[in-house]
Design a protein around this ligand. Structure first.
Ligand code: KG4
Ligand code: ZN
Length: 336
C-alpha cells in the first residue's frame, strides 16, 4: 500500500511516498530556513506563503522520484495538527483537493505521532509498546507508545521546548537560526564542565520539563560577560549547555523507563539529531539494559515520510477525514 504524506506545519514543505509504512520511495523537503534565518526565527506569514508556492511542485517531485502517479497512490495523509495554523491550512487544503480530485481516502495525521513513526522507517523491527522521547523545536514530550495509534503523554515541557531553548541560546552565542546543530558542532570542541547551569525543579508532574530557567541562565551569562568586556569561550558555553540538556532529558526519560518497566526506548524529533543527546541516552540505555531506537538523521527534522508512515498506521486503524477537515494549532496526542 502506497501513501502520499504531506507535511507543512512549520517551515518545511515536505511530501513523500512511503510503501507499507516502512519503504520510503521518495522524500522531498523544500526548506524555507534561508529566508526565516534573516529574521532569527520562523515568520508564520512567510511560511504560509512559501508553502502555497511550493506545495504543488514538491508533490509532483515526490511522485516523480517515487516513479508513481496519483493512480498508484492508495491514500493521502496530511499533518492537520499541531503547528502554525496558516502553514497547516496550506497542506490540509491541498491534501483535501488532491484526495477528492483523485477519489482517494484522506488520512489526518498528528505531527508528533509522525515524528514518533520515523523509528518504524529506520527500525522496522520496532513494535509498540515502548517509551519515546520526542524533542523538537515546538515539543518536548515523554510518550508511552501503547500501540501504533494510541499514546499516553507522561511528561511534557512547562514552558519552552528543548529545540526552542537550543535556538535561543544559539542566537545569543552568535549562531544563525536554527542554532541547534551549530551548538552541537561547537560543543564537540568545548569543555562541558566549564560552566555550571541550573537543573530545573518542577513541582508536581514529576516527569515534566522546564527549559526557560536554563535558557535565561545562558543568556544572562553571555550578557554579563559582554557588559564586563570579558570574552567568553563560545564552545565551552555550548558544551556546558548541551551537557545540562542531556542530563535533564536522560534523567527524566530513564526515570520513567525504570518506574514503568520499559526496556524499549526511542527518541524522535529535530533535537534527536543532537550527538550529545544520542550518546547520553545510549549510555544510559546500555547501563539499564534497554534497547535504544533513534531515527536516521534525515528523518529527525520535519519531513513527509514521517507523515506517510504514520498515515499508513492511521489508515489501518480506520482513521479517515473528509472535506470538512481543518487545521488545528494545538492538539494533544492523547486527544486523537
Ligand atoms: O522536528 P523539527 O524539525 O521541527 C519541529 O517540529 O519543531 O525540529 C527543529 C528543531 C530546531 O529547534 C533545531 O535547532 C533542532 O530541532 N535541531 C537540533 C539539531 N538539529 C536540529 N538541536 C540540537 N542539535 C542538533 N543537531
Ligand atoms: Zn516537527
Amino acid at each position: 500500500m502506497k501513501i502520499l504524506g504531506i507535511e507543512s506545519s512549520c517551515d518545511e514543505t515536505a511530501v513523500s511516498v512511503v510503501e507499507d509504512g516502512v519503504k520510503v520511495l521518495s522524500n522531498i523537503v523544500a526548506s524555507q530556513i534561508d529566508e526565516h534565518k534573516l529574521y532569527g526565527g520562523v515568520v508564520p506569514e512567510i511560511a504560509s506563503r512559501r508553502h502555497c508556492e511550493n506545495i504543488q511542485t514538491v508533490t509532483e517531485e515526490a511522485l516523480l522520484q517515487a516513479g508513481v502517479t496519483m493512480e498508484d497512490i492508495d491514500a493521502v495523509a496530511v499533518t492537520y495538527a499541531p503547528g502554525l495554523i496558516g502553514a497547516l491550512l496550506v497542506g490540509v487544503s491541498f491534501a483535501k483537493g488532491l484526495a477528492m480530485a483523485h477519489n482517494k481516502p484522506l488520512v489526518p495525521v498528528h505531527h508528533i505521532a509522525g515524528h514518533i513513526a520515523t523509528n518504524y522507517i529506520s527500525h522496522p523491527e520496532l513494535k509498540p509498546p515502548y517509551l519515546c522521547l520526542v524533542v523538537s523545536g515546538g515539543h518536548s514530550h515523554i510518550v508511552e507508545v501503547l500501540d501504533y495509534t494510541t499514546y499516553r503523554v507522561v511528561g511534557r515541557t512547562r514552558d519552552d521546548a528543548v529545540g526552542e531553548c537550543f535556538d535561543k541560546c544559539a542566537r545569543v552565542l552568535g549562531f544563525p537560526y536554527p542554532g541547534g546543530k551549530h551548538i552541537d558542532n561547537a560543543a564537540k570542541t568545548g569543555n562541558p564542565d566549564a560552566f555550571s547551569f541550573p537543573h530545573p525543579k518542577v513541582t508536581g508532574g514529576e516527569y515534566d520539563f522546564s527549559f526557560s530557567g536554563l535558557k535565561t541562565a545562558v543568556i544572562n551569562l553571555v550578557h554579563n560577560n559582554e557588559q564586563k568586556g570579558i570574552a567568553l569561550n563560545v564552545n565551552d558555553v555550548a558544551a556546558s549547555f548541551q551537557k545540562t540538556v542531556c542530563e535533564i532529558l536522560t534523567e527524566k526519560l530513564m526515570g520513567v523507563a525504570k518506574e514503568k518497566g520499559y526496556k524499549k526506548i526511542a527518541v524522535a524529533g529535530g533535537v534527536s539529531a543532537n550527538s550529545g543527546v544520542r550518546e547520553s541516552i545510549r549510555k544510559a540505555c546500555e547501563k539499564m539494559g534497554c534497547e535504544l531506537y533513534v531515527p536516521e538523521l534525515c528523518y529527525c527534522g520535519d519531513n513527509g515520510a514521517m507523515i506517510a508512515c504514520q498515515g499508513y498506521f492511521d489508515y489501518l486503524a480506520g482513521r479517515r477525514a473528509d472535506e470538512s477537515l481543518n487545521g488545528i494549532a494545538t492538539l494533544s496526542l492523547e486527544d486523537l
